[in-house]
Design a protein around this ligand. Structure first.
Ligand code: SIN
Ligand code: FE2
Length: 217
């Protein structure tokens, strides 16, 4: 059997799957680091507990969130913003673990972006039924910096659209260890997550975790 066919047998998916100009899915990039990432998520969310934020429109978000790093993304009746302190505890967000920083930098560089030093990491926890409606990440100052998004635990369908909300989104299955990076011409692409299906993952039980790294300040 030719070697390329053989490796296709072993690894059905290419390592890097282009999604759109400036956007790529890096299959399994976080797989090796996943146990450490999950241990660090447990530390972070002990200091800054996961909570269901309220949207400016007054709706409770189905995804539970926390943050680490110098800045954390928060939402309440007053709007969306980055905050240096956790409104729940009044304390600074926990520092960004070394495992997080290393993976974010590796992913950005593999996706063709320069040195990436995120100052904000949003920790998202999805339970079955939880979803994220189509939105743009546009609360960050420097839009030349990419977004790095890491999937752990239960699988999900990621929606990746274009610059307009009504651009028909692609549906991308994301599994444990997958990393999506988007920037450049895709930086303001609409994206979201379909309602999580029921399931049980050996490392996360009935949850999907997502880490979203950004340069916010
Ligand atoms: C986000 O858009 O902040 C999260 C995306 C995801 O959970 O994959
Ligand atoms: Fe987002």
């Amino acid at each position: 059997m030719p070697p390329d066919l053989h490796s296709l047998d072993l690894f059905e998916r290419p390592a890097q799957q282009p999604i759109a100009p400036g956007a790529v899915l890096l299959h399994g990039l976080a797989l090796a680091a996943a146990p450490q990432l999950l241990a660090d998520i447990a530390q972070v969310t002990t200091a800054a507990p996961l909570r269901h934020l309220v949207t400016p429109g007054g709706f409770r978000m189905s995804v539970a969130m926390s943050n680490c790093g110098a800045l954390g993304w928060v939402s309440d009746e007053r709007g969306y913003r980055y905050s240096a302190t956790d409104p729940l505890t009044g304390q600074p967000w926990p520092p960004m673990p070394a495992s997080f920083r290393a993976l974010a930098a590796d992913a950005a560089s593999q996706a063709g972006f320069g040195a990436f030093e995120p100052d904000a990491c949003l920790v998202n926890r999805y339970e079955p039924g939880a979803r994220l409606t189509l939105h743009q990440d546009r609360d960050e100052r420097d839009k030349r910096q990419p977004i790095v998004s890491v999937s752990l635990g239960l699988p999900a369908i990621f929606l990746f659209g274009g610059p307009k909300r009504n651009d028909r989104p692609q549906r991308l299955p994301l599994v444990h260890g997958d990393v999506v990076v988007w920037g450049g011409p895709s930086r303001l692409a609409y994206h979201g997550v379909l309602p999580l299906a029921d399931g049980e993952h050996p490392l996360t039980g009935p949850y999907r975790f997502n880490l979203t790294f950004r340069r916010a300040g």
